[in-house]
Design a protein around this ligand. Structure first.
Ligand code: NAG
Ligand code: NAG
Ligand code: NAG
Ligand code: NAG
Ligand code: ZN
Length: 280
């Protein structure tokens, strides 16, 4: 009945079919693509809207290769500490130093300042439950996408989608990625020199392989984006362009990921096994 099993070539094909494929487990992190950061929003990023078609195309081409797609959302109290309007005599884009005590509470009057954090003061932006804080209407979103809000503590800012700027608390992002065994994150969105940069740094610190698709981001300012790009590269964050996505996704998700010599060894082993089985 199983006489076909005596044919070594047939056996070879059967045995060698399940070539082990080691693939990266990918997540796409879409950072803060919200109305507030588009050119018509309250904290406009120049050309911020131009990231939308690029991110939509990445999803159209590769959605089935992502274990998880996450949208982060800047989500502030209306009197958030990062707003220039909350600091007497300050204008948007000025900076100030915020002092926090050892338990991460803002020092409002006298207190033992353990953490001194330089804060850029922004126009009032992305106030929770407003139209301004909504995701861009024309960015592709799916029911399976995960939304991670950040910046909802009124007294501390949060550029990164993982931790607030004092690293006093963390969002659920790392847990969500771990649940899906993600080991590699591809980051896109706004703005390159703040929230994309801090998210990439934290992802790297947490042990992920990190890719930032540069043309799927825009920056608040040139000078800060040059520094951010330099620092990310130094930390081992890969900066790529969307035109490199076909090659990158092939490399990360196919057998191109394991050395060719391993393939060869596997096929030789399969050949030997199939010859031996054929002699039963
Ligand atoms: C998406 O909508 C924003 C405004 O909400 C607009 O500025 C932008 O051009 C639109 N982009 C696309 C690709 O439709
Ligand atoms: C930090 O500040 C908070 C709020 O003012 C206060 O309740 C807390 O006791 C302070 N912690 C320390 C260690 O001083
Ligand atoms: C933070 O700033 C305060 C006030 O300027 C200073 O007294 C304190 O030593 C600083 N703390 C640290 C850890 O740098
Ligand atoms: C930023 O740099 C680009 C190219 O390097 C240049 O075209 C643009 O004018 C610069 N923008 C600002 C605000 O300096
Ligand atoms: Zn913000």
């Amino acid at each position: 009945m199983f006489t076909f099993l005596r044919n070594p070539s047939l056996l070879f094909i059967i045995v060698s079919l399940p070539v082990p494929v080691v693939t990266d487990n990918l997540a796409l992190l879409v950072i803060d693509v919200q109305n507030c950061f588009l050119p018509t929003g309250t904290l406009p990023v120049t050309e911020g809207d131009l990231v939308i078609p690029i991110i939509n195309e990445i999803r159209q081409n590769y959605d089935n290769l992502f274990s998880l797609v996450v949208f982060s959302q800047d989500w502030h109290c209306d009197d958030h500490i990062s707003f220039a309007s909350q600091h007497n005599g300050k204008n948007p884009y000025d900076t100030t130093v915020l002092h926090y005590n050892s338990t991460g509470n803002l020092c409002e009057s006298t207190c033992d300042a353990q953490y001194n954090i330089t804060q850029v003061l922004w126009p009032d932006h992305c106030i929770k439950n407003t139209a301004d804080a909504k995701f861009a209407s024309n960015i592709t979103r799916k029911i399976s996408d995960v939304v991670v809000q950040k910046g909802y503590h009124c007294k501390i800012d949060s550029y990164s989608a993982f931790f607030d700027n004092g690293e006093f608390s963390q969002t659920e992002l790392n847990t969500k990625l771990k649940e899906k065994n993600v080991d590699t994150v591809i980051i896109v969105g706004l703005a390159l020199d703040y929230c994309v940069y801090y998210t990439a740094k934290d992802a790297k610190k947490l042990g992920y392989k990190v890719y930032v698709v540069q043309d799927a981001t825009r920056a608040v300012a040139n000078a800060t984006s040059i520094d951010a790009l330099h620092d990310m590269k130094e930390r081992g964050v890969h900066i790529v362009q969307s035109s490199q996505m076909p090659d990158l996704m092939e490399k990360l998700t196919s057998s191109g990921n394991i050395p060719q010599c391993f393939h060869l060894i596997w096929y030789i082993a399969a050949f030997v096994i199939s010859r031996r089985l054929a002699f039963f």
